[in-house]
Design a protein around this ligand. Sequence first.
Ligand code: SF4
Length: 215
Amino acid sequence: MGEVVFFQHTLATNVEKRLPAIAAYLGDYKKLIEIRNKGGEEEYIVLMKGDKEMFRDERKMRACIDNAFVFDGIVQQFGSFNEYILSFDPWNDENDYENLDRLLEDLDRRFVRFGAISPMHFLVHYGFPVIKPDSNIMRTFYRIGLTKSEKDYIGSVKAARRMAEATGVMVNSIDTFVTLGMKKGNEVCGKEPKCGLCDMQDLCRYCRQSQNEPT
Ligand code: SF4
């Protein structure tokens, strides 16, 4: 069995060093349900917030407890989380990923504070044809000219799918190849892009435009 960690607007290093505490406090959804049902949630929140090994964001703590109930509801309804995923027939790509995209929307709708991008990150690890459109990828895709804005996460996923179809590469590997193409990922295509170091100069809209700007 695998384990997937979502960083969600938190630095990876801040999450990784807290993983043992996070797993101990929040890793068992049945325990969280029991704590709330027995009226122990407030005390449990105080306990977590007082632990130096734990993160401090109370809203995230409560969202985890909320989501324990969501997860349990899915298991009750479908028999298992896997069956819930499969109920969307998400591997069927004959309808241009429509089933998979319905699953993404449903995960966003059901889970508290999950947002639109975390379901994509989650399904990458299931091996589905989707990418995690983090801010570096969205910025780069926009600069290259593939999307409408730096926040266009749906456009980024669609662009990755087009790139995968054109190259025969798996969709969920596209973001890795893009960052490899920039040699050092966001260090190259960061807020101040170092286009002189980038292998995508000839293809990049932003780079061409900035070279044509009058000096
Ligand atoms: S050429 Fe410049 S703007 Fe374009 S992807 Fe590379 S670093 Fe980013």
